[in-house]
Design a protein around this ligand. Structure first.
Ligand SMILES: Nc1nc2c(ncn2[C@@H]2O[C@H](COP(=O)(O)OP(=O)(O)OP(=O)(O)O)[C@@H](O)[C@H]2O)c(=O)[nH]1
Ligand SMILES: [Mg+2]
Length: 317
């Protein structure tokens, strides 16, 4: 946009952008149509207000997190907002995560008094455990309702989480039909509906979209790598280069198997990207390797699980 020249409908707004390098609070001019891409303080206050309203309707809250980043994909105020209401942490996309670390995370959440369950909402693994656990967690309340002479009702729960962790896929799995809209980009769910799950549990499909943590650049990097942040708002080469260097250092076999790169040759992030590009024939006019395309390819293959199952953070780190 030309400085000093406003587009129609533009407004000065304060908002948070998650950058993998640093988190910034910027005051900039943005067209109205694009505003909802970012988390404005007003949006956060509204999301929290809606959450507080919805909390009154439910017995149990399910927070969906990404099993590859069980710390970074949590909302910073959820636990505090939920208060004493039972909270179940569903570690979704467990099919993409390191099973050993997933077990450690499960143990970590339980040691903190939270229920936790790894699931794969695409193929359904672990899903059968969700409603029995919700019923168990809501138990005391429904029992006391019964003993006070009122008819027991199915426990009510709601699903919340940061963008793109798989909330809609989980709801569809639980409901056993395509009832919520799903799409592979953050911020799709808009509507709000109740879904009866086989007469056992009532699920509130709120937009349920909460913001991630903004105060830690490491978190920004991990959210970018796993696809929780739109690709347009961060430097894909920087993020993919860092991922490549991490893979080379910690899981050398991953790059060797897929791109025929020996870890010893992959010291520098930019260099690894060049080697990846080279292995796939991603070459610009003049013969230079297209490291941008290599970055996009690496992120795509990593997110799809083609390189293996990885968890980017461990409990206590
Ligand atoms: N591998 C794998 N992919 C998953 C899983 N669950 C969801 N996905 C993928 O993650 C993407 C996002 O899933 P959604 O259910 O739309 O996520 P959401 O949390 O509802 O996203 P918003 O509504 O945008 O906040 C989709 O492309 C799914 O294919 C899972 O358990 N395993
Ligand atoms: Mg959704």
């Amino acid at each position: 946009m030309v400085p000093g020249k406003s587009e129609p409908g533009a407004a000065i707004k304060r908002f948070f952008i998650l950058s993998p390098v640093s988190c910034i609070l910027a005051e900039v001019e943005v067209p109205r149509a694009k505003m909802d891409i970012q988390w404005f303080p007003g949006h956060m206050a509204r999301a929290r207000r809606i959450l507080q309203e919805d909390l009154k309707l439910v017995d149990v809250v399910i927070e969906v997190v990404d099993a590859r980043i069980p710390y970074s994909s949590r909302n910073p105020v959820l636990e505090e907002t939920v208060g004493r209401r039972p909270l179940l942490v569903v570690m979704n996309k467990a099919d993409l995560a390191d099973p050993v670390l997933t077990a450690r995370w499960e143990e970590h959440f339980r040691s903190r008094g939270l229920a936790a369950l790894p699931v794969d909402s695409v193929r359904g693994a672990g899903i059968a455990g969700v409603t029995p656990l919700v019923r168990e967690m809501a138990g005391p309340k429904t029992v006391s309702l019964g003993s006070s002479g009122r008819l027991p009702r199915p426990p009510r729960c709601m699903i919340v989480g940061i963008p793109n962790v798989g909330k809609s896929f989980l709801i569809n799995r639980l409901a056993g039909r395509k009832s919520a809209k799903t799409e592979n980009r953050p911020g799709v769910t808009r509507g709000r509906q109740w879904i009866r799950v086989a007469g056992e549990v009532d699920l509130l499909d709120t937009p349920g979209i909460l913001w991630p943590k903004f105060d830690d650049p490491e978190v920004g990097y991990r959210l970018a790598v796993t696809g929780a942040i739109k690709d347009q708002v961060y430097d894909q080469e920087a993020v993919a280069g860092r991922l490549a260097a991490w893979l080379a250092a910690n899981y050398p076999g991953s790059l060797e198997g897929r791109y025929k790169i020996r870890a010893a040759d992959a010291a520098d992030p930019q260099e690894v990207l060049a080697l990846i590009g080279n292995s796939r024939g991603l070459v610009l006019q003049g013969g230079r390797v297209d490291t941008y395309k290599a970055a996009v390819l690496l992120l795509k293959e990593f997110r799809a699980g083609v390189l293996g199952r990885y968890t980017l953070e461990s409990p206590g780190s």
